[in-house]
Design a protein around this ligand. Structure first.
Ligand code: UD1
Length: 383
């Protein structure tokens, strides 16, 4: 196939495989040749390869094999290798996703070579500078040329930081975008959430094969699903222990399953001391996770993605953080911020058990066509 345009997409960590999949899948249709770069930030089979297989993402053109290092070393090494790829490939644009070290490394490498950057999932803020992700987001947004926001809240956050070139997400999006380019300032546009696209596309496929429930002897709406991996929780012994005490307490009443991120696994000593109803399992693949989350009675998590998926799937959620970027999920009452203290977590769980399942405003996250909007705009930009 003859392509008119070229983009380099950089991904590296589990949530980025999920965000990139719906875009990568339809890139051809827009006449854009995609050069796919995997930084290697996540490298375990069940953190990486299995997502490529299930989400039908083709093999990356470059695998940089960076792996685990300190933040500075990891980001620095990524930048160096991404720069070489960009100098060789000379793309018209670089696409980056989310807020990981792979995101900021790619954005910085590109901007220094004067290659335009498109940031997917722009404008999210926790206003907690201790999170490495917050620095990654803010800096990536401020060097990007197109900021694809998933929600109106994200647009507002960017407006507060001085971005004024907000593109109307109405019918005339193409015209207004073309106009904005001549203003020569970064364009901000609410396209909806690509993770919502992913859930809509994959849920029925996942539900055809719900074997993960049998594997772990779980029954519909009769267990809690928990995940924990954020550095601000795992790197603080007191917080991590308090979180696990609350999981253990919950497990005395209802089974709790925890697909454990490798970072957390290394830190959880002596899992044998927990209640027999608390099952720690290796990270699960995307389709199994969709089955586990959609069938759960309640989700407890510090993951941004899973909070949102709970919302899309109408499953009550308790968030094990002091703040969230996804404030829309709180407004519906179906997500409660509990922080990390055992008593607060248990109180939040009791609260969520009483909340009735209202119809939630999923429209806040778009209509499931965010990926197409992104590529439409990128195509106009590359013209
Ligand atoms: C990263 C992202 C985070 C995202 C998360 C999803 C940053 C700063 N954080 O966090 O935003 O929510 O991915 O999972 O980029 N490890 C393995 N095998 C793997 C991957 C990681 O064992 O396949 C271990 C390594 O020991 C590593 C630790 O997990 O030191 C942390 O990995 P890292 O890539 O630094 O960040 P995550 O915690 O995964």
């Amino acid at each position: 196939m003859k392509y008119k345009y070229k983009c380099v997409s950089v991904i590296g960590a589990r949530p980025q495989f999920i965000k990139a999949a719906p875009i990568t899948r339809i890139m051809d249709r827009f006449g854009i040749k995609e050069v796919l770069v995997h930084t290697g930030q996540h490298y375990d089979h069940n953190m990486s390869k299995v997502f490529f297989r299930e989400l039908k993402i083709r093999e990356p053109d470059y695998n940089l094999g960076i792996g685990s290092l300190s933040h500075g070393a990891q980001t620095g090494r990524m930048m160096e290798r991404i720069e070489s790829v960009l100098m060789k490939e000379k793309p018209g644009i670089v696409m980056v996703y989310g807020d990981t070290n792979s995101t900021i490394a790619a954005a910085l490498a590109a901007v220094k070579l004067h290659i335009p950057v498109a940031h997917i999932e722009a404008g999210l803020r926790s206003y907690n500078k201790k999170m490495p992700e917050e620095a990654n987001r803010v800096l990536t947004d401020h060097v990007s040329d197109i900021l694809f926001c998933p929600t109106q809240t994200a647009v507002k956050n960017l407006r507060k930081e001085g971005f004024t070139n907000i593109i109307n997400n109405g019918r005339l999006i193409e015209d207004s975008f073309a106009e904005s380019r001549s203003l020569d300032s970064p364009a901000v546009v609410n396209v909806g959430d690509v993770m919502y696209d992913s859930v809509l596309f994959n849920l029925s496929i996942a539900k055809k094969s719900p074997t993960v429930l049998q594997t772990y002897k779980l029954s519909q709406k009769n267990y809690c699903l928990a995940t924990i991996h954020r550095a601000e929780n795992t790197d603080d012994r007191t917080k991590l222990e308090s979180i696990f005490r609350s999981f253990n307490e919950i497990a005395q009443k209802v089974p709790v399953i925890i697909p454990l991120h490798p970072r957390t696994k290394k830190l959880v000593k002596d899992p044998g001391r927990f209640d027999k109803n608390l099952t720690i399992v290796p990270p699960v693949a995307y389709m199994d996770m969709l089955v586990l989350s959609s069938s759960a009675r309640l989700i407890l998590t510090d993951s941004g993605g899973l909070q949102k998926e709970a919302f899309f799937l109408n499953v009550p959620c308790v968030t094990l953080r002091e703040e969230t970027e996804w404030v829309e999920t709180l407004r519906s009452g179906m997500n409660t911020l509990a922080g990390t203290s055992e008593s607060k977590i248990l109180r939040a769980v009791r609260h969520q058990e009483r909340v009735s399942l209202k119809k939630r405003e999923k429209r806040n996250f778009g209509d499931g066509n965010a990926s197409e909007r992104v590529l439409n705009i990128i195509k106009i930009f590359l013209k």
